[in-house]
Design a protein around this ligand. Structure first.
Ligand SMILES: NC(=O)c1ccc[n+]([C@@H]2O[C@H](COP(=O)([O-])OP(=O)(O)OC[C@H]3O[C@@H](n4cnc5c(N)ncnc54)[C@H](OP(=O)(O)O)[C@@H]3O)[C@@H](O)[C@H]2O)c1
Length: 289
């Protein structure tokens, strides 16, 4: 059974599906994407994570949002139970011929992209809209101010910030008040430096959503960081990825994790992470890293 937690007052599965791999470079096509999303939803996943910028460099934006719309419209289950979170403020580019990610946090860009995201998702109101990443050339208050405007206009119901420091979370809460419900930051066994933001979110009553929770699949990571997770996984007789996700969820009841997947098999395994109870000794060992 998938354990439920909350983003704002909306119940979501503690493990959501990070949909990015389904539409960026090296995706496996629309049919496989829909199969993966349907498998996740059928197994009880109630949180899909997407972004305006989840498309292949040089191709059409909103590809991932359109994929999600297609998957939800052909799914036989209860659509209203599923929270779809999207993000604005990033776009795809090329650097030396290689696909890259760039930022544009100007208010007019965020407002335009959010309206396009709503259209692509086929909704009047986006469930949860994040500001994807601070743009060093735009004052943070101005970018977050655009999110406030979008909530006030009814384009988004709830707001979040991503890749945010403790200071920026406070700034965002000052502007958005109770409309700010979530912070999405990188957090995994190989990326623990955002622990301060995870703890701050608990104090502020915000959901903390761990992205790239397995270390991400797009860049090489120090594999030795997984050794202790592999050891604990052997005791439980499960994949070490499931232990990684269970360890993240054990950081607090406000924590939600969104592993990515190209295939039904991997998300189905990940969704079982919330069933795992780690002992106090195991947690101490995993926390030590
Ligand atoms: N806010 C931001 O700036 C930001 C940045 C990056 C990512 N994100 C979000 O975070 C999500 C997840 O991050 P990510 O996709 O970069 O990386 P990730 O979740 O750390 O890793 C995904 C990789 O792990 C594999 N995997 C997943 N579950 C597994 C399991 N149970 N057993 C074995 N392997 C498993 C997948 O395999 P297969 O490919 O074989 O299925 C995939 O290759 C993204 O999809 C996106 O929604 C947000």
């Amino acid at each position: 059974m998938v354990v439920m937690r909350h983003i704002g007052s909306f119940p979501v599965s503690a493990v959501g599906l990070g949909c990015m791999p389904l539409s960026i470079e090296n995706n496996r096509g629309v049919a496989q994407g829909i199969r993966t999303i349907h498998a996740a939803l059928d197994a009880g996943c109630r949180l899909l994570d997407t972004a305006w910028s989840y498309y292949e460099s040089g191709k059409e934006p909103e590809a991932n949002e359109r994929l999600i719309r297609q998957a939800l419209s052909t799914w036989k289950g209860p659509r209203r139970e599923v929270l779809v979170a999207t993000k604005v403020g990033h776009y795809r580019n090329f650097t030396d011929g290689k696909p890259t990610w760039a930022v544009d946090g100007r208010p007019e860009t965020l407002i335009r992209e959010a309206k396009q995201s709503a259209l692509a998702l086929g909704v009047d109101t986006i469930d949860l809209l994040y500001f994807h990443r601070p743009d060093p050339s735009v004052p943070y208050d101005e970018s977050v101010g655009a999110l406030k405007e979008l909530v006030d206009q009814g384009v988004a119901r709830m707001a979040g910030v991503s890749n945010a420091s403790v200071e920026q979370i406070h700034q965002a809460q000052g502007i958005l008040g109770s409309h700010l419900v979530a912070v999405q930051n990188e957090y995994s066994p190989v990326h623990r430096s955002t622990q301060d933001t995870l703890l701050e979110c608990e104090k502020l009553g915000l959901a903390f959503v761990c992205y790239s929770p397995l270390g991400g699949y797009r860049r090489p990571v120090d594999q030795s960081k997984f050794d202790v997770f592999k050891k604990v996984a052997q005791t439980h007789g499960v994949s070490y990825q499931r232990i990684e996700l269970a360890w993240e969820l054990a950081q607090g009841s406000h924590v939600i994790t969104i592993p990515g997947a190209h295939r039904p098999e991997t998300i189905l395994d990940s969704l079982k992470a919330s069933d795992i109870t780690l002992s106090a000794d195991e947690l101490t060992e995993l926390n030590r890293g």
